[in-house]
Write a protein that binds this ligand. Structure first.
Ligand code: NAI
Ligand SMILES: O=C(O)CCC(=O)N[C@@H](CCC(=O)O)C(=O)O
Length: 487
């Protein structure tokens, strides 16, 4: 099967066998072979060869191709939404929003490119100072499985717009979505070699990341892999590395008037996408005492009624499956481990259908667990921590190596101001769910969540480098020569 798109043609893989499964039915929905190291070489070479022509096209010409891509995506929205659903397990109502985000990314990236990397000039005494931007060259894009369309697209669109050529290695768990996306680019008229697709797992990733022919790597994925890449890029200041990684995100609940609104916001924060968003609330900080008890009681009641099902089930579920049986089993094990360490099950996460990667929402109280692991459990498992006072809640919220998202539900503006000032995260929300960040804002974390190269609206910044020029259309002597020089 021809599954790699290199230099404008589809090729069969020469590496190990690869397949992706519907996580609920376990049916194979895509099969192929990974790209070999030689095919990764060919993809980088193709991108290198295409770069001069693509970079020298005018911005308007590149924009025209991108806008055609957005139109093509719209035309294939149903097929793409279906493909995301069957490959990731996400319900169709949610995959439709992912496709919309992909379409919208084009206009937002154009606006951001103009604003953040546009051209500026100002007069000097005898010259003009001009600021322009240039693309890096060939960049590798690594995608995660949780948003297999939208998140790689968030690197690819601004990278191409700036004039880079791309080698895209999607998650090995979502090759079909990547293939369909690349087909949309081809249909939109992207020239051969400008975007190349190499499918594969770790070995393909290692070969691409270590390739001397790339000028940069844009990564969205786990902190573990991001750290490996950061070590690998140490001592290579010539290559740009943008890392968007996970979090162990706190959501602090203060005593609020509208208990149901708090419960709804917690559910949207913790369980949307079956907990597989990097912005999901992992730790829920709840005040000790009767009000906190009643919040948890209501939360458990509502969470227990959440509909979980296959991506295309009717009526639509709120939560689909997690990405794979292995992921489901890892999450169940993590919950068991916390329970053996003294966590109390408020609502135990279960696997309702043997052999399917469906999980029900889990809520466990880990207040009494000594040495709580500061780990991201990427699924529908919410850990509750009870706090004595607001200062203690903020200390607990910051008690993590990560720093992606932090939220506060509170009727007090003064408390939000304190929370905003003292919390350490790239996203800090007040009375809003932690998930669903806007593409019109920068998106990135501090600590172990990123390397200070925010994506989304600020992706333009890592897709091009600034060139400052002093320019004059004729060469002339200055009115006054410097001392010690005579002509
Ligand atoms: N901050 C952000 O913007 C986001 C972060 N994430 C994070 O992504 C994770 C889930 O995605 P996953 O696909 O599991 O991440 P992952 O780290 O397992 O994989 C990401 C990509 O890296 C590749 N890869 C894996 N090992 C590699 C190696 N040694 N060398 C080179 N490439 C390698 C994979 O094949 C894949 O293409 C979660 O931790 C989540 O928090 C997900 C979405 C957004
Ligand atoms: O990248 C963007 O355009 C905006 C950021 C975004 O879409 N964030 C989503 C995805 C979170 C994840 O990556 O898992 C969100 O905050 O829900």
């Amino acid at each position: 099967m021809s599954t790699h798109y290199i230099a404008g043609a589809w090729h069969a893989g020469q590496g190990e066998a690869l397949e992706s499964l519907n996580p609920v039915s376990q049916e194979a929905i895509w099969q192929g072979q990974a790209a070999s190291a030689a095919q990764v070489d060919a993809a980088v070479e193709a991108a290198r060869a295409a770069f001069p022509a693509w970079a020298s096209r005018s911005l308007d010409e590149r924009i025209a191709v991108l806008e055609q891509f957005a139109a093509t995506l719209k035309g294939h929205a149903d097929a793409l939404g279906h493909c995301i659903g069957e490959e990731t397990g996400k319900p169709l109502w949610e995959t439709a929003t992912e496709v919309t985000s992909m379409v919208n990314k084009v206009a937002i990236s154009i606006q951001s490119y103009r604003e953040r990397t546009g051209e500026k000039s100002g007069p000097l005494a005898d010259a003009t100072a001009v600021l322009r931007h240039k693309p890096h060259g060939v960049v590798a894009v690594f995608g995660p499985y949780n948003f297999p369309g939208h998140l790689p697209n968030g690197h690819i669109v601004p990278a191409l717009l700036a004039g880079n050529c791309v080698v895209f290695k999607p998650s090995e768990l979502t090759p079909k979505v990547a293939e369909l996306t690349v087909k949309c680019w081809i249909e939109a008229g992207l020239p051969a070699g400008v975007l190349n697709l190499v499918q594969g797992a770790r070995d393909t990733g290692v070969a691409l990341a270590a390739h001397d022919g790339i000028d940069g790597l844009f990564f969205t994925g786990s902190s573990r892999t991001g750290n490996l890449l950061h070590n690998q890029f140490a001592g290579r200041p010539d290559k740009i590395l943008a890392l968007e990684m996970g979090g162990n995100n706190p959501l602090v609940v203060d005593q609020v008037a509208d208990l149901n609104a708090a419960v709804y916001t917690i559910i949207q924060s913790a369980f949307i996408s079956a907990g597989q968003r990097c912005t999901c609330a992992r730790r829920l900080l709840v005040p000790q005492g009767a009000w906190g008890d009643s919040l948890l009681e209501r939360l458990v009641e509502v969470a227990a009624s959440i509909k979980v099902g296959s991506f295309d089930a009717q009526p639509a579920p709120f939560m689909g499956s997690v990405i794979s049986l292995a992921a489901a089993q890892h999450l169940i094990k993590a919950q068991q481990h916390l329970l053996t360490q003294g966590a109390k099950p408020l609502l135990e996460m279960t696997q309702p259908l043997a052999g399917a990667a469906l999980l029900t929402p889990g809520i466990i109280d880990v207040t009494e667990v000594a040495n709580r692991p500061d780990e991201e459990f990427f699924g529908p498992l919410l850990q509750v921590i009870r706090y004595a006072d607001f200062d203690a809640a903020i200390v607990e919220a910051n008690n993590t190596q990560y720093g992606l998202a932090a939220g506060l539900l509170s009727d007090s503006k003064a408390r939000y101001e304190q929370f905003w000032l003292q919390s350490r995260a790239g996203i800090v929300n007040w009375n809003k769910q932690l998930t669903g960040a806007a593409s019109t804002a920068p998106f990135g974390g501090v600590g172990a969540s990123g390397n200070h190269r925010a994506s989304a609206y600020y992706a333009a910044d890592y897709c091009a480098y600034p060139v400052a020029s002093l320019e004059s259309d004729s060469l002339s002597l200055p009115a006054t020569l410097t001392p010690g020089v005579s002509l």
